[in-house]
Design a protein around this ligand. Structure first.
Ligand SMILES: Nc1nc2c(ncn2[C@@H]2O[C@H](COP(=O)(O)OP(=O)(O)OP(=O)(O)O)[C@@H](O)[C@H]2O)c(=O)[nH]1
Ligand SMILES: [Mg+2]
Ligand SMILES: [Zn+2]
Length: 304
């Protein structure tokens, strides 16, 4: 049987059977899938798994199909990659203007943690006062080709437009805790997901959503994910990181496949100097590359 994973809590999954249309509580069969020790959990919400039921409502999963896309982060507590959502058509990165504060470098890391899916940037809580630097920052992302939308669950701004963008596909909502992901999903889907108060003491969310969840209606499917305080890019091929920076992936330097981090004949520093490439974005990129170095097994380090 083939299943779509709809919820994952401590290695127990809610799996929707694509064959009989029933929901099963599923576990991973034995050790077959544990061989990939580099992953926090071998199965993520959105995965298509195969396995067999062993009762009316329980099943064993023995493998997953290759992912066409994923959002994956570095789990700093466990020192492992962790896939948060899989097989989404679009990753919606949700941010808020002030509570919690808007952080472009967070966006850069979130973009670089998503592969194979379109990116949508959502500036939510548009009813809140928008600090002066934000519109310019948003235009930069638009000029790089990212779709951006402003929304508010309070005033309804942008909701109809967002609904249109979500129609007919699967979208994973990711972002800092407290930016209003679950509230937005409730507004769109009419669901009653638990939402929380932003902690004013720290001006950040309180991790109200604690596991990823697949929600679908006739024409819209959404994966809600737990908010994070910080996002770290997973350990992966630096070429993938370069690919997620549109302004860097197209630059041709002296060496083919230049990673733009200090190689001889690299054209990027000049483009940053002349203002054609945004300095903050380039800085984000360099920081991500060095964080990957720290995650590499030592014998692979310092290889360009
Ligand atoms: N001003 C304003 N506040 C909002 C809006 N949407 C949500 N909030 C508030 O933001 C807080 C956090 O909302 P949640 O929907 O729980 O945020 P979340 O992103 O799901 O948080 P996590 O589950 O921790 O990742 C709540 O207090 C909401 O009332 C909005 O459009 N405008
Ligand atoms: Mg939430
Ligand atoms: Zn270069």
């Amino acid at each position: 049987m083939r299943f779509q994973i709809r919820r994952s809590i401590n290695n127990i999954y809610q799996a929707y059977s694509l064959d009989d249309g029933k929901l099963y509580t599923a576990r991973i069969k034995g050790k077959v899938m544990r061989k990939d020790e580099a992953e926090y959990s071998p199965v993520a919400v959105g995965d298509i798994a195969f396995g067999e039921p062993y009762s009316e409502s329980e099943a064993l999963i023995s493998g997953i199909e290759e992912r066409k896309s994923y959002f994956r982060r570095w789990n700093t507590k466990r020192d492992l990659n962790q896939t948060i959502a899989a097989n989404q058509d679009m990753t919606a990165i949700v941010a808020s203007p002030s509570s919690p504060p808007f952080r472009p470098r967070f966006l850069d890391r979130a973009i670089a943690s998503s592969h194979g899916a379109d990116i949508l940037l959502i500036l939510n809580k548009a009813d809140d006062e928008i600090p002066e630097y934000i519109p310019g920052c948003i235009s930069l992302y638009e000029s790089l080709g990212f779709s951006v939308i402003r929304t508010s669950s309070r005033t309804g701004e942008g909701i109809a437009e967002l609904r249109d963008m979500l129609r007919g596909r699967v979208t994973a909502f990711v972002g800092q805790s407290g930016v209003g992901k679950s509230t937005l999903i409730n507004t769109i889907m009419g669901t009653e997901l638990r939402t929380g108060e932003v902690s004013y003491k720290y001006n950040r969310g309180r991790h109200t959503t604690n596991h990823a969840l697949f929600i679908s209606s006739d024409d819209i499917s959404i994966i809600d994910t737990p908010g994070v305080r910080e996002i770290e890019v997973p350990f992966e091929d630096p070429v993938l990181v370069k690919e997620s920076f549109p302004e860097l992936r197209s630059v041709r330097c002296q060496y083919d496949g230049c990673l733009h981090h200090g190689e001889d004949g690299c054209a990027v520093p000049g483009l940053v100097e002349s203002g054609e490439i945004d300095e903050g974005r380039y800085d984000s990129y360099l920081r991500i590359l060095s964080s990957l170095e720290e995650r590499k097994p030592f014998f692979m380090r310092n290889r360009k």
